[in-house]
Design a binder for this molecule. Structure first.
Ligand code: NDP
Length: 340
């Protein structure tokens, strides 16, 4: 299949790209600069231009940003849209830094596909558990989240802080995608991926450990000795390994039955104490950086925590999951290779 993958320079997208190439697909990936394209090319020295090519899209928040990128020869048959800001550093405003790129980026690519890429049959969008979880429910030990749940966050709550801003950006963007499909009746069907915290090895180009993607920062901080006195609270308490999530994206693109479905892609529960104990067991070199075994912070809430129903992904995509231990061990090894 000829695929357009957005945001190829990202943590998750790098794994999606590798999975696509491994399955024999032909990929054009969007990046913001030629330098980023060159780095990805360098990481795949044996892959020809017919299998891996690039399109520069500087800012997905601009109207029409994808108009040129969706046109290709041979034409695209599928689109995987991962590009969206995942950070909590507000420079200008929640609207400009988080909401606009997420929402305009999503509706923008759907509009461009409908207008200029009629051969596209499936669009897969990286949404998030952020668009499922209801902050008002708290730790909700008796509740089981699934694809039927939607984060009820409002436009008024969105700009209150960066955390709200990020969760709203994912919720509003995914809603906008489903609304688009319903109202515009395009040639393609949609599938959305809703992962919680994504852990796993970094294979994308990094300028340094300070530039590490948001979801792996907790592991970095623990091995750097930043959590000796206090471990971070556990939310979202659910994780998936990036390699499983990448496989899920590609399967959702390939499988006819994935059409017009949301997928909650969850491997299981975790907390910060689990991460510290896995590091203690597997890496001699970080013993002095770790908090004491009996530290109080970073565990599950006393009353318990919500559960997750991941049966749809098992049934439709056939997904099985890498364990927390393997995910953490492989992440730490990749951080070591990056200088940790
Ligand atoms: P990264 O920060 O590594 O990747 C984000 C990607 O989006 C980068 O390629 C980035 O480009 C691109 N991007 C962001 N804003 C813009 C913009 N305005 N214009 C063009 N490109 C932009 O994070 P992840 O890989 O973790 O995130 C990928 C997707 O997965 C996101 O949609 C995120 O919301 C979602 N997700 C991630 C989770 C996680 O735990 N990691 C959990 C749930 C969902 P550049 O590098 O050039 O800035």
């Amino acid at each position: 299949v000829r695929v357009l993958l957005t945001g190829g320079s990202g943590f998750i997208a790098a794994h999606v790209l590798d999975e696509l190439l491994e399955q024999g697909h032909s990929v054009v990936t969007t990046v913001r600069t030629q330098e980023k394209a060159d780095k990805i090319k360098e990481a795949h020295p044996k892959v020809g231009k017919d299998k891996l090519d690039f399109a520069i899209v500087e800012d997905i928040a601009q109207e029409g940003a994808f108009d040129k990128a969706v046109v290709s020869d041979p034409p695209f048959e599928a689109v995987i849209h991962t590009a969206s800001p995942f950070h909590f550093n507000i420079q200008t405003s929640v609207q400009k830094d988080l909401l606009d790129p997420a929402i305009i980026g999503t509706t923008g690519i759907l509009k461009s596909v409908k207008k200029s890429a009629p051969s596209v049959k499936r669009v897969v969008i990286t949404s998030s558990f952020a668009s499922i979880v209801d902050g008002n429910k708290g730790t909700a030990p008796d509740y089981t989240y699934s694809e039927k749940d939607w984060n009820p966050i409002t436009k008024e709550e969105a700009p209150q802080n960066a955390g709200n801003g990020y969760r709203a950006s994912k919720t509003f963007a995914e809603r906008a995608a489903w609304d688009f499909v319903e109202q515009e009746n395009p040639n393609f069907s949609l599938a959305t991926m809703c992962p919680p915290l994504v852990l796993g090895p970094i294979i994308h180009s990094l300028t340094g450990l300070d530039a590490l993607n948001t979801s792996n920062q907790r592991i970095r901080n623990i091995i750097q000795g930043k959590c000796k006195e206090e471990l971070p609270a556990g939310a979202p308490y659910l994780f998936v390994d990036v390699r499983d999530l990448a496989r899920a994206h590609v399967l959702a693109m390939e499988k006819p039955d994935a059409a017009n479905k949301r997928f909650f892609i969850v491997a299981g529960h975790f907390n910060s104490q689990d991460i510290a104990e896995i590091v203690r067991k597997n890496f001699k070199e970080y013993q002095d950086a770790l908090p004491p075994k009996d530290i109080k912070s970073g565990g599950y809430p006393e009353e318990g925590v919500y559960k997750a129903d991941n049966s749809r992904a098992a049934k439709v995509l056939g997904l099985k999951y890498i364990s927390l231990e393997k995910s953490i061990v492989d992440t730490v090894k990749s951080l070591q290779a990056a200088g940790a």
